[in-house]
Ligand binder design. Structure first.
Ligand SMILES: [Zn+2]
Length: 201
């Protein structure tokens, strides 16, 4: 039985041609992998000995996967909401955030029976919060742009570390006692991270 011939329309061919552009990183690894980086850059990581022909045929074989990944990325990028702040506004946000986190921490710490030392606000871009064994808690001011129930999730998460300095089952039980829907909030918080972009200028 003959295999049906696949006819590509011109735009698909164009896409396939464009997709042959990629950044190649060779290293001491055993397999070839493709990564889609921010801005739609295709990165191929390959073993040192992999030939250009082998890598090209791998990329071609994965062209449909690459196309749909690029498509998803561009939809996400197009729907991003921009939060634009001047340095002064950012400073004001930090002050407002500090007050807010102090209030929420005091409220939930009493509920959870924990005690903390200090609360600080940072300008961290990728980390919502952190807590050390001395009881010093840090939050990024960016969090105050998230819905209140998601902010509470981070507050409770950090306070729970005062009981369990890890992410063990015991830790998540402490969180769950206060917010049984923590998994749902955690998921929405990750979405929030991807949907918003901060521009400080
Ligand atoms: Zn944690």
């Amino acid at each position: 039985m003959a295999t049906p011939m696949r006819i590509m329309n011109s735009s698909k061919v164009m896409k396939a041609k464009r997709m042959m552009d990629y950044n190649l990183i060779k290293s001491k690894r055993k397999t070839i992998s493709i990564y889609i980086k921010p801005g739609g850059v295709v990165e191929v990581r390959a073993p040192l000995r992999a030939s250009k022909a082998l890598i090209n045929s791998f990329v071609t074989a994965k062209s449909e996967w690459i196309a749909s990944a690029l498509e998803r990325l561009s939809v996400r990028e197009a729907n991003k909401k921009i939060i634009r702040l001047s340095p002064e506004e950012e400073k004001a946000c930090c002050q407002k955030a500090l007050q807010y986190f102090q209030d929420r921490c005091a409220y939930f710490a009493a509920k959870m029976g924990v005690q903390y030392e200090t609360i600080k606000v940072s300008k961290a871009k990728t980390r919502w919060g952190s807590c050390n064994s001395k009881g010093n808690i840090n939050f990024t001011y960016r969090l105050i742009f998230a819905p209140e129930d998601l902010i509470d999730y981070v507050v409770i998460h950090e306070l729970a570390h005062l009981k369990e300095m890890n992410h063990s089952n015991r830790f998540w039980e402490v969180v769950e006692e206060i917010i049984p829907d923590y998994k749902e909030r955690r998921r929405r918080l990750n979405e929030f991270r991807d949907e918003f972009e901060f521009i400080i200028s």
